[in-house]
Design a protein. Sequence first.
Length: 529
Amino acid sequence: MREPLLAIDQLSIAFRQRGETRTVVSDLSLQIAAGETLALVGESGSGKSVTALSVLRLLPSPPVIWPTGDIRFHGQSLLNADEQTLRGIRGNRIAMIFQEPMVSLNPLHNLEKQLYEVLSLHRGMRREAARGEILDCLDRVGIRNAAGRLADYPHQLSGGERQRVMIAMALLTRPELLIADEPTTALDVSVQAQILQLLRELREELNMSMLFITHNLSIVRKLADNVAVMQNGRCVEQNRANALMNAPTHPYTRRLLDSEPTGDPIPLDPTLPPLLNVSDLRVAFPIRKGILRRVIDHNPVVKGLSFSLRPGETLGLVGESGSGKSTTGLALLRLITSQGNIEFDGQSLQGKSRRQLLPIRHRIQVVFQDPNSSLNPRLNVQQIIEEGLRVHQPSLSAAEREQTVIRVMGEVGLDADTRHRYPAEFSGGQRQRIAIARALILTPQLIILDEPTSSLDKTVQAQILALLKSLQQKHRLAYIFISHDLRVVRSLCHQVIVLRQGEVVEQGECQRVFAAPEQAYTRQLLALS
């Protein structure tokens, strides 16, 4: 029997702090053969990412320890390898795509510098030769106008574009084993299909193996040879992908497969007047050149968007990464300059100064895509959630703020006793609940939700969607829901706008658009979802 490329044998992972040891993974055994893809699935906090990081020894030791078991690559122990051996393997023979691209990319360096660094360190290439390979790889992962984007910095890219750059960075080294931790989380369905096809091609071309961590079970069907399901740090089921997806034996696996978004939006009162009216919204970013960085032109990213939104209603904004969805949200929040008219509760927001907007700010809140980036790691949950109260209701005492935080944490399903912990001590789903609580504490009328469920596994996603619906019904909240997951949009939204490169492709009542899309692009998105 051939030796596996990667073998994880009876592995346990624990955190040792203040004299206490907490085990997070117990007796895990996995094998990946050359050219094979193993999908590791399970809820947030089940031990998937900790396992992946342990393969390359990227966790700090201490506090992380491995009480039992071993990880072997080509028969060589990685847990017992010295640092020099690991440096020869990391990035060269085993590459990793991390879950959070904004955290992983250096905000001070442009794309060309970061990608060239990979080729320079791992393949010894000179800049001239590397540039061609960089452009080819960026083109293959779906970055439009790659040559024109090399000078861009990470903050100038959309979430999906940053994820594609991370994938390109990992693939440049042509590794034997690629560890992909939720690599398609921030990608729309069309780019996701493109990336999956690219990974399949590279697997065949390089005989590359993959450890693919995901909560998207439709990806497992398309990509994986084998599947291992984790729950609370243990592998509860492991089988060939087709066998497991068609006939799961463990109750937890069956629950995962049954967690696809279902249901309809909450009933809407059509007699209510609009809360938000948007007319001919346009956003264009300046193009600067020369030593003095003079503006020579503008790049239009949102072109003539119009809609109205009632209290208790949800509008879905869908489209490819870079289509202008998040830019629209920032324009509505008045965080970037735009043209056109934005009218909120009878007041025009265009032309107002920061001081004039302050009394309105608490009524329009936002939940960002990535709770890791949007939550301050140096503040505890109490401080994070109450921050808005300190700004907008400074007359409240510390005791009153604390009681309000306790109430809101209960509303979003968080244990109030955990309010003195820090974001790093929570799972992804819990962090997103903290972000929702922070928005909710100011009793807003409109919440802009920018991909709030994209980084969550299916069971937690279902819980967050149920939470959003219940909060909407209780407080008559209006939502603008930015997403690339059309199943989620269908279960939550009353109306939908399909964007492509800043232009409205299709717009209307959600059920009508999903049942009978008029445009070919909309039909393509629905076919891929």
